[in-house]
Structures are given as C-alpha cells and as structure tokens.
Design a protein around this ligand. Structure first.
Ligand code: NAP
Ligand code: F7E
Length: 325
C-alpha cells in the first residue's frame, strides 16, 4: 500500500484549518496541526477530529517550534493558515499583527526551505490586500491597495511567498481568498455576529443587534468550498496564485435582511448602529473575478449567498437551542 500523504496545517483550530483537516482526512491524508498554548483549550472546532489528527505544539513567533513541527510532521504539503485574522484588531495591535500575519509567513517559509524544501506550501492571502482599489472585479493582476495593518501584513505574506518561489524554486503558492463564512466562523466577524444575534433576538435572549457600517459590500462564500480550492492549488503541476471568490457582492445590509427574513423578523426594528464598530478606514466594495480558478482548477463555489445565510442561521438556532436545554 502506498504511504499516506502528510499535511501540516498551521491555524488548525481556526475556521479554515478545521474544514481543511476534514477534507484532507476524507482524502486519506495523515494530518498534523500546529497548535499554540493558551490558558484555556481552544479545540472546539476540531473536537470531532481529535483521535484522527496529530497536534504539534508551536507558535508562529517561535522559529525553533516551527522547525520541530516540520521535522515531526515531515509533510508533503504545508498549509499556512495561522494568522491574526480580525481586521479591527490589526489597528489596536498592529505590531503583533505584523509579527503573526507578515513575519510569521517568512518563519514558515524559512522552515520549509531548510527542513523540507520539497514540501508544497500554501499561503492564505486575502482580498483585503485589494483594499480600496478602483478596479472591479479583482483578479490576480489587480494591484494591491491595503487599508488596514492586516491588509498590509497580508501583502507582505503574499510577496514573500512569491519571492521564495522565485528565489529558491519552492512550490509556494498563495490563494487570494475573498470572505468565506460558516457556522464555524468566529463570533466577531460580521456574518456570524448577525446569525448569532438574529437567533438570540428570535429566542428572546437579546433585544437588539449593534453593528457598524451596513453599506460595505463583500463577496461572501462558504468556507468548505474555499478549503477545496486550497487543496486543488497544491495538486497542480506548477505553482501559481489564484483568486478565489463567488463573483457576487452583497452589502452587510443584504446579509442582515436575509438573516432576519430567515426567522420571520423585520430587521429595521432590531438593528442599531454603534460607532464602536465603524473602522478607522473601510474597504467599501470587493468582488472576485475567479475565472482563472474556474479554468485551471475547475473550481466553482457550491453554496450560494442565500444558502449560506440559511446554513448559518439554522446552525446557530440549533446550537443555542441545545445550549439552553
Ligand atoms: P481564524 O478562524 O481566525 O483562525 C486563525 C488561526 O490562526 C487559529 O487557529 C489561531 O490559533 C491561529 N494562530 C493565530 N496566531 C498564531 C500564532 N502566533 N501561532 C500559531 N497559530 C496562530 O481564521 P480563518 O478564518 O480560519 O482564516 C484562515 C487564514 O485565512 C488566516 O490566515 C486568514 O487571515 C486568512 N483569510 C481568511 C479569510 C476568511 O474570509 N475567513 C479570507 C482570506 C484570508 P488559536 O486558536 O490559538 O487562536
Ligand atoms: O467585516 C462591516 C465591516 O469583520 C466585514 C477576515 O476573514 O475577510 C474578513 O475580513 C464588513 C466590514 O470581515 C460590523 O466594517 C459592519 O466592512 O466580517 P468582517 P473583513 O473585515 O472583511 C477578509 C477577506 C480577511 O482576510 C479577514 O481575515 O462588515 N461591519 N458592522 C462589521 N464587521 C464586524 N466585524 N462587526 C460589526 O459589527
């Protein structure tokens, strides 16, 4: 029997890391996940996988721990998903965001270059790199114009990945993913904050939902679809970068309305604008042109915006109902 393929995922405790682990296990990979110590366990998204994966302690800030992790996992594929990923936190903690989200990529690339240069490397780049670009929709050729310390850090991660590919001939690629969501999304991101808030209002556990800018537009897709694209990028004969998104933009208000409609409530009665959630600089409108991924990876999203909203609201309804019992 041929040996199983081995994958190391950084950020395995996050939304994408957990779905990617699900996918790679389905494909019969041996999955290793880098986990950093915290005072309370943060394994809720991978609870169902704990007997099937190997967790390795490590931190993007600690080069030695990354070297140990790559030695132990001996991976064929490395998916670098770990980052400080919440845009507002990047204004309050710009330096640590730079350490994790920018320099952390170089630490992972250096580790791969030194320990396992034949491993294929995926970097989680972001549509936030496009920021306030005047070009719509955005594809692999669109110039970057980031609008937050997070966006700036991701541009660094993107270009250092490209540079390691060109300087050292590594199979290192970036997926420029647009927003992708799911019931495993962190509660601070707007879609999950809305789905959770709507359910709390419906069940009488909250009176209102406080949000910031309702006019911002995003191209929202379903996280497992994007993890499939990450996997496909590392199965290509040559390393190249891809934009991944649905090609359809909606405003935050559209998401709010669809979510309240799902439970039969009028959003205007419950949503309040709170200045606390308005950002120092906003990214107004992002929408993907993923035609390269469609053509080369044969990738397309399977879940529509309307289905996504329904999946998220119904999952929060089931979860909160269960918690209350
Ligand atoms: P997420 O849920 O916030 O997960 C981030 C992960 O990074 C967590 O597992 C976290 O571990 C880990 N991490 C953070 N700092 C670390 C450090 N110093 N050392 C080791 N691990 C660390 O993010 P996500 O939504 O899954 O996104 C995955 C990646 O894609 C991120 O790089 C994000 O910036 C990027 N991205 C996301 C989207 C999106 O729409 N979701 C779009 C484009 C790009 P803890 O559990 O210990 O905190
Ligand atoms: O905000 C507006 C907010 O925090 C979306 C990350 O995964 O995707 C994500 O970044 C929009 C913004 O995601 C609230 O101003 C209004 O315009 O859900 P978000 P994001 O900033 O787009 C990219 C691609 C990444 O790479 C990131 O890692 O919603 N908004 N009211 C609000 N946002 C939040 N969080 N909370 C509000 O109350």
């Amino acid at each position: 029997m041929p040996a199983k393929k081995r994958a190391l995922i950084t950020g395995i405790t996050g939304q994408d890391g957990s779905y990617l682990a699900d996918l790679l296990l389905e494909k019969d990979y041996q999955v290793f996940g880098l986990v950093r110590r915290s005072s309370t366990s943060n394994y809720r998204r991978i609870e169902h996988l704990k007997d099937k994966i190997t967790l390795i302690p490590g931190d993007l800030l600690d080069q030695m721990s990354l070297i140990q992790a790559v030695k132990e996992a001996n991976p064929d594929e490395v998916y670098n998903l770990a980052a400080q990923s919440f845009v507002p936190t990047s204004w309050t903690s710009p330096l640590s965001t730079g350490e994790f989200t920018a320099l952390g990529v170089t630490r992972m690339l250096e580790t791969v270059r030194l320990i396992k240069p034949k491993a294929k490397f995926y970097q989680a780049s972001s549509s936030e790199m496009f920021g306030n670009t005047p070009h719509t929709p955005q594809n692999e050729q669109t110039p970057f114009s980031p609008r937050s310390p997070y966006g700036v850090a991701k541009v660094y991660g993107h270009f250092i990945t490209l540079n390691y590919r060109e300087s050292y001939n590594l199979f290192a690629v970036s997926g420029i993913c647009f927003n992708h969501e799911s019931p495993r999304r962190g509660l601070e991101f707007v879609t999950r904050k809305i789905s959770d808030g709507v359910v709390r209002i419906k069940l009488g556990l909250a009176k209102d939902l406080k949000l910031g800018n309702l006019d911002a537009k995003r191209d929202w897709g379903y996280a497992p679809d994007y993890c499939r694209a990450m996997y496909l990028m590392l199965q290509q004969p040559k390393p190249q970068d891809f934009v991944i998104g649905t090609g359809v933009a909606h405003s935050v208000k559209d998401f709010v309305k669809a979510a309240f409609d799902t439970v039969g409530l009028d959003w205007k009665k419950y949503v309040k604008i709170d200045k606390k959630f308005i950002r120092p600089a906003e990214v107004d409108h992002l929408v993907a042109d993923a035609s390269k991924a469609k053509k080369i990876l044969k990738w397309k999203p399977e879940v529509s915006f309307e289905q996504l909203v329904k999946i998220m609201v119904e999952a929060d309804l089931a979860r909160i109902f269960k918690e209350r019992k």
